[in-house]
Design a protein around this ligand. Structure first.
Ligand code: NDP
Length: 431
């Protein structure tokens, strides 16, 4: 029996909410809250009568800590699942601390206004100190460690697929397959086709910020930053086929580098089609990816927010997306003194997801782990005081839940390694 407050009612949240409703024994009561109450009410109307979970809804602006505290105090949840945007991570964590409630999210903190001078000063210091320039990093949320510990509360950071399941795959590989993991390659392949010339599969603002940024990887104790799409590789994915993929910066590299002892290199690759890349480059070249305000007819507008309004809503891609995703990790290391290599991955079918929860596979592969992370906390399986990334917890119950709730995984021994090369000069390969 538990009460979960879910903040957000977008693509990912809708899957998480539906999966909680399929798991009513654990989630007896849920509340859906976002700024647009009508969206929450519409989803509640769709689900009522089909689930034993009692659903309530509320309007909340999660940028406002006082509003959050009032809502949490009136609903009295056991935990808050943040599936709004990374911009709200800190305000929701503050409210959870003030009200004595556990916290789970799917993405690390990112500042909405990257021109804010106070934030910028800290950001620029961090870029110099750590050596990567992404707008997001874990320092903001890791800074809550002592506060959560002292309050006896649990915060679970990044329970989506990547980060999230990829972090649990790593903990599972570490626990059952390796004495020491030396390299981790995270491969995120979306072989889906939605039929639009250009659309993003989750929040366009967050997605385009991530993809147009510099890449980076972790090697021998430090970061190496790359130009966007500087390194490329082809990989033949099970049930999807051969795809081009590119090296990106990604948040779990930072936590895995900290939490996996002995790891020497961590890279993240994502597949992109040529049409996506060409559109993105063009939008970037004309300034449409800018996140700072410009003046139009005397009014401030942020180009990326205008673009978000023009692009298809990711939640609307479900009925038209066909194909599969294949996301997982290749690990190399040592077991019993011998070299070992395994690949753990999940394959997910866009249309199957749509039939089950009216969403495409990107929302599905994030929303299911968001529900599982919440389940780990409210059932006490992952209840310990402090702020944690998923690889710091026991992976076994989470891995079992992935099989049970729609994201079955496979372990393959001796996979084909990733051979990546410079996009501009394919004769230059990374060691
Ligand atoms: P959407 O844009 O579809 O939904 C965001 C939701 O947040 C909306 O319902 C919005 O509702 C709500 N929201 C935004 N601002 C506020 C606010 N101030 N107060 C209350 N609610 C707010 O995003 P997605 O569902 O695509 O993504 C959700 C999260 O999942 C993001 O953080 C994203 O980064 C993360 N993600 C993680 C992945 C992973 O694998 N780890 C993969 C994909 C996404 P309203 O405007 O009505 O308030």
């Amino acid at each position: 029996m538990s009460r979960l407050l879910i903040i957000g009612c977008g693509g990912v949240a809708q899957v998480a909410i539906r999966k909680c409703c399929q798991n009513s024994e654990v989630f007896t009561d849920i509340m859906i809250a976002s700024r647009t109450l009508s969206k929450c009410d519409d989803l509640k109307a769709k689900l009522e009568g089909k689930t034993a979970s009692r659903i309530e809804t509320a309007r909340v602006d999660a940028d406002n800590v006082e509003e959050l505290k009032t809502l949490i105090r009136s609903y009295r949840p056991d935990a808050v699942l943040n599936v709004a945007l990374p911009y709200q991570d800190l305000t929701i964590m503050d409210a959870c601390l003030a009200c004595g409630v556990d916290y789970i999210d799917t993405a690390d903190y990112e500042c909405e206004d990257t021109q804010d001078p106070q934030w910028r000063e800290i950001y620029e210091k961090r870029c110099k100190k750590l050596g990567f320039t992404a707008y997001f990093d874990y320092s903001w949320q890791w800074a809550y460690q002592e506060k959560f510990k002292e309050a006896g509360l649990t915060a679970i950071l990044g329970s989506g697929f990547d980060p999230g399941v990829t972090s649990v795959f790593t903990a599972y590989a570490q626990k059952h397959y390796f004495d020491e993991i030396h390299t981790i390659d995270i491969l995120d392949c979306n072989g889906g086709d939605h039929g639009y010339p250009f659309a993003t599969n989750f929040n366009p603002e967050i997605n385009l910020r991530e993809v147009s940024a510099n890449g980076s990887y972790w090697t021998d104790g430090h970061w190496v930053e790359t130009e966007p799409m500087e390194w490329r590789a082809q990989y033949n994915f099970d049930q999807v086929g051969e795809k081009d993929m590119y090296l990106l910066h990604h948040e779990e590299i930072e936590s895995l580098a900290k939490n996996i002892p002995g790891v020497k290199r961590i890279r993240f690759f994502m597949t992109f089609g040529q049409s996506y890349l060409t559109h993105m480059k063009c939008l970037e070249d004309v300034g449409m990816l800018r996140t700072d305000p410009i003046m139009v007819d005397g009014k401030e507008v942020v180009p990326l927010q205008v673009l978000k309004e023009l692009l298809p809503d990711p939640a609307s891609l479900g009925p038209r997306t066909v194909g599969k995703t294949n996301i997982g990790c290749i690990f190399n290391g040592i077991k019993d003194g011998k070299k070992k290599s395994i690949y753990i991955y999940n394959v997910c079918d866009h249309q199957e997801c749509y039939k089950e929860v009216e969403s495409q596979a990107i929302s599905y592969t994030t929303g299911v782990p968001a529900m599982i992370g919440s389940m780990m906390v409210v059932t006490g399986l992952w209840k310990k005081p402090g702020v944690f990334n998923l690889e710091e917890m026991d992976p076994d119950p989470y891995m079992e839940a992935l099989n049970k709730f729609g994201l079955p995984w496979k372990v393959v021994e001796n996979p084909v390694p990733v051979d990546c090369y410079k996009t501009a000069d394919p004769s230059v390969h990374m060691d």
